[in-house]
Ligand binder design. Structure first.
Ligand code: SF4
Length: 128
């Protein structure tokens, strides 16, 4: 399964897919190698072994990975919230220090935390 335009697939894997249905702009697919719930592909690509590799992967309601991906997504959101808390602390310390070296260090930390948060902006990380 994939969300059109968000998770581009490699050409080989895309050739395996059999589109089943489309809900809004989401295409739900099966795989031509799936037989009676088992993989019959002698050259199963690595992506199949590590799927779902992202805690933000889109999964249909009936997918067995739903619980696992929910937990991973909650951990990611928790990490982002922790980074935001740390950024608040750094920003407060910035207003209190006159030490240039400490200011540079705090600014670097704020920027790296923000960069991590921004990686997930399209998924709503600014509101987590
Ligand atoms: S594990 Fe096998 S059946 Fe499942 S998507 Fe990969 S190739 Fe297809």
């Amino acid at each position: 399964m994939y969300r059109d335009g968000i998770q581009p697939l490699g050409d080989i894997f895309e050739s395996y897919l059999i589109p089943l249905e489309t809900r809004e702009n989401i295409t739900i697919c099966s795989c031509k190698y799936l037989q009676n719930g088992l993989c019959t592909n002698p050259e199963k690509p690595e992506i199949c072994s590590i799927f779902p590799y992202s805690p933000l992967a889109f999964l249909p309601e009936e997918c067995g990975f739903k619980g696992d991906i929910f937990l991973k997504r909650e951990h990611l959101m928790q990490r982002v919230r922790k980074l935001k808390e740390e950024m608040l602390d750094y920003q407060t310390r910035l207003t209190l220090t006159h030490d240039k070296s400490e200011q540079r260090q705090l600014n670097r930390l704020i920027q790296s935390h923000q960069a991590f948060i921004d990686k997930y902006k399209v998924y709503g990380s600014n509101d987590w």
